[in-house]
Design a binder for this molecule. Structure first.
Ligand code: NDP
Length: 452
């Protein structure tokens, strides 16, 4: 046994940290974990999980409206935000408790306080002042919302605040065109809030396939969101009835809540990384090699703090690879290619692999694009005018599928299975030889014809 207090000390009990701490403890390692907030991290406490509940909440409202054409007569309906908020918080507390238990049940020691580096083998717990040493340290502290420092910025909320709002606003202004802005605009609109989404670019979801970006714009509009492009806020002014936000084109928007969904930044600020010789990039993310090792030989980092692919399941996979590398003598680099993901707009986006633009710039004309847009069966009766969109991109004579992009109901579910196909290197012929499941929305993916 080494002279250190622990074999592994993990800073941050989010998705990556808990997975690594639990796995190391199960291998019989002496594990300590520090978490200054609720165990579970961004995803469980103030991200994916409560957000998805809010999406479900918003969807019920739309379903009630659409139910009439399916024979249901529904009386007066109203939405009780405090009820949903409190139900969600109760579930979040339950899940957070499970995360604590997972660690403690497997023999890890959880410290409910903040840890900062003293040197590469030593951390100090900032509340108790206790100093702890470890042979290996894993930094898994995630990220935090970032907002531009415009005049009156203190009046804005960020995603961390959105889950516990005391009252549901009548009007919401959401700044940004990325994941969080697009998802929350859909949530608020679904809850009956008069919602404006203001984005500095000309199409939402930068980096996604350009047709998906157009379709998501249509999705937002279909949900009653007023999407404004090519504007950035310069000032937020508090008024008696709410806030007035001024934009760089001189326009002004009045609202009850200003929600800055303008990106996230790694949580490295006051960790004392320099004391351990751990380097960061210019955005504050910890620099790591393919094995998640930092510039300090015994310190590793996984998840959003490394700003590679900032998704919960990726942090979990990186943590698993870290355990293989450090505790199983099996150096393992997690493969970040072809990660399927979803954006939970209403309906959602599902995507895996290359966008058409990226495929074209990588392979030139050696690609074939298959696409369709159609009114889903459910919407023909309900009257919802939304049309689903599907695109599949192949490369080379063998037509290997290198990208799939969906916008429509269940896309987040469907893309998980399609992610397996892309990861496995299947071809268009494999898709064509697969019999459709009828009548479903997903069946269209095995009957696609090439775009002329
Ligand atoms: P994103 O990077 O996706 O979006 C940030 C948005 O803010 C962009 O539209 C950006 O514009 C805009 N922006 C940035 N700076 C400014 C500024 N100074 N003024 C005005 N607008 C600005 O970040 P999010 O916070 O939405 O999400 C962070 C990450 O969290 C995501 O990238 C994703 O990895 C993860 N996430 C995943 C989810 C999922 O899997 N469903 C859900 C939520 C988050 P521009 O596009 O021009 O840069």
């Amino acid at each position: 046994m080494s002279d250190y207090d622990f074999d592994l000390f993990v800073i941050g009990a989010g998705s990556g940290g808990v997975r690594a701490g639990r796995m190391a403890a199960q291998l019989g390692k002496r594990v300590g974990v520090a978490e200054e907030s609720m165990p579970g991290g961004t995803c469980v406490v103030r991200g994916c999980v409560p957000k998805k509940f809010m999406v479900y909440g918003a969807d019920y409202g739309a379903s009630i409206k659409e139910a009439a054409q399916y024979g249901w007569s529904v009386g007066d309906v109203s939405f009780d935000w405090p009820l949903l908020r409190d139900s969600i918080q109760k579930e979040v507390s339950r899940l957070s408790g499970i995360y604590s238990n997972i660690l403690e049940k497997n023999g890890a020691t959880l410290y409910s306080e903040r840890a900062e580096f003293v040197d590469a083998h030593t951390v100090r717990l900032t509340t108790s002042g206790k100093t702890i040493t470890a042979e290996t340290i894993l930094v898994a502290v995630g990220g935090t919302p970032w907002a531009p420092e415009i005049k009156g910025a203190e009046h804005a909320i960020v995603s961390d605040d959105a889950f516990t709002l005391e009252t549901l606003p009548e009007r919401a202004l959401i700044i940004g065109g990325g994941y969080i802005a697009s998802e929350f605009a859909g949530i608020y609109a679904g809850m009956g809030v008069k919602t404006v989404q203001a984005y500095r670019g000309d199409r939402l979801l930068k980096g996604f396939d350009s047709e998906v970006r157009d379709e998501v714009g249509a999705v937002q509009t279909n949900n009653g969101i007023d999407v404004k492009f090519n504007i950035s806020p310069v000032e937020i002014k508090k008024t008696t009835g709410g806030f007035i936000v001024t934009f760089d084109d001189g326009s002004k928007i009045g609202t009850d809540v200003v929600f800055m969904a303008t990106g996230r930044t790694p949580n490295t600020g006051t960790l004392g990384l320099e004391k351990a010789g751990i380097e960061m990039d210019k955005g504050g993310a910890i620099k790591v090699d393919a094995l998640s090792k930092t510039t300090a030989a015994n310190v590793y980092a996984v998840g959003d703090v490394t700003n590679r692919v900032n998704l919960t399941p990726v942090a979990i996979r990186e943590a698993g690879a870290f355990i293989e590398t450090v505790f199983k003598n099996n150096p393992t680099a997690y493969d970040h290619s072809n990660i399927a993901s979803a954006v939970f707009t209403r309906p959602p986006v599902g995507t895996v692999g290359l966008s058409e633009e990226d495929a074209r710039s990588k392979f030139g004309d050696d690609i074939i694009v298959y696409a369709t847009k159609f009114r889903p069966m459910k919407n023909t009766l309900s009257g919802n005018p939304h049309k689903a969109f599907m695109k599949l991109i192949t490369q080379g004579a063998d037509e290997i599928v290198i990208g799939i992009h969906l916008v429509g109901d269940y896309s987040g579910e469907i893309i998980q299975a399609l992610g397996i196909c892309v990861k496995a290197g299947l071809t268009k012929a494999d898709f064509d030889s697969t019999c459709a499941v009828h009548p479903t929305l997903a069946e269209e993916i095995v009957t696609l014809t090439a775009r002329s």
